[in-house]
Design a protein around this ligand. Structure first.
Ligand code: DBV
Length: 246
């Protein structure tokens, strides 16, 4: 069972249609990682596959797809815009563990002022409301993560896998299309103060995500600490490394 493969296939195909998609390098040894876990009858192969692209306005479009049987499926898919655009991040964290499904979907804002919300949140509030009817609020999440989400944050823990296949997939498609519309409309920023603010906001977000990555424990158990830290800082949240190398 690969619950999130259709999400990934859909996203790549939609982006190929609407963006001038180019490959983005994946560090050697991180394209695919495979490990056996458990013993005896509970033995399970866990495969983590990585995907990465870029486009003229999007610095890094990347996905990590973990497939480990019916009780371990994860698709973490994030789009990091170029530093010359004030676009939000597209963030999807689709997680299936033995305890159930956990879904986070948002256009994660760089700023929280009214003008920014008018540009990047208000247009998607109708989408948010239509999907939230079927995907109720998932409850508490870390207080310190709140600044990184928008009022259109779809956060839910569906009981039924069927709801993931139908409702969550439908929300994912709508959010991604709405995001691509923002990308299409986005104009480069030229004001130097605004550019500095964008850089700081991107750094804050990426530093937070790298520091608090909720998958760190899972990856460390599966593949060890060295692989995990390199995957997080060298691929999943790589801005700081990229800034050093340019
Ligand atoms: N989450 C990631 C990456 C993952 C990943 C890169 C490649 O950011 C998976 C894998 N998320 C993942 C896993 C879990 C979660 C949970 C495996 C389960 C952890 C566990 O229970 O052991 C949103 N993801 C979560 C949670 C939240 C998010 C709130 C539950 C609370 C928690 O365990 O911290 N996604 C997460 C988040 C942001 C986001 C905080 C943005 C700031 O986009």
């Amino acid at each position: 069972m690969t619950l999130y493969q259709p999400f990934l296939d859909y996203a790549i195909s939609l982006m190929q249609d609407q963006l001038s998609l180019q490959p983005y390098p994946i560090p050697e040894g991180f394209e695919r990682k495979e490990e056996m876990t458990g013993k005896g009858k509970r033995q399970q192969r866990v495969v983590t596959s990585s995907y990465a692209f870029k486009s003229p306005k999007l610095r890094q479009i990347r996905a990590a797809h973990v497939q480990g049987g019916s009780s371990l499926q994860v698709l973490n898919f994030v789009i990091f815009p170029q530093l010359t655009y004030d676009l939000p991040f597209f963030g999807a964290d689709l997680v299936t563990l033995p305890g159930g499904h956990l879904i986070a979907l948002d256009m994660q804002p760089l700023f929280h002022d009214k003008a920014y919300q008018q540009q990047y949140t208000e247009p998607i509030l109708p989408l948010f409301k239509s999907h939230q009817q079927h995907l109720p609020w998932g409850g508490d999440f870390p207080e310190e993560a709140k600044p990184f989400f928008s009022p259109a944050f779809l956060w839910t823990r569906p009981q039924e896998t069927e709801a993931v296949i139908t409702r969550v997939f439908s929300a994912f498609k709508d959010y991604l299309q709405a995001y691509l519309n923002f990308v299409e409309q986005a104009k480069p920023i030229t004001d130097s103060q605004r550019l500095e603010d964008i850089l700081q906001a991107q750094r804050r977000y990426i530093a937070y995500r790298a520091d608090k990555d909720p998958a760190r424990g899972m990856f460390t158990r599966l593949y060890g600490q060295a692989w995990t830290e390199e995957y997080i800082h060298g691929f999943l949240f790589d801005l700081e490394r990229q800034m050093v190398t340019v």
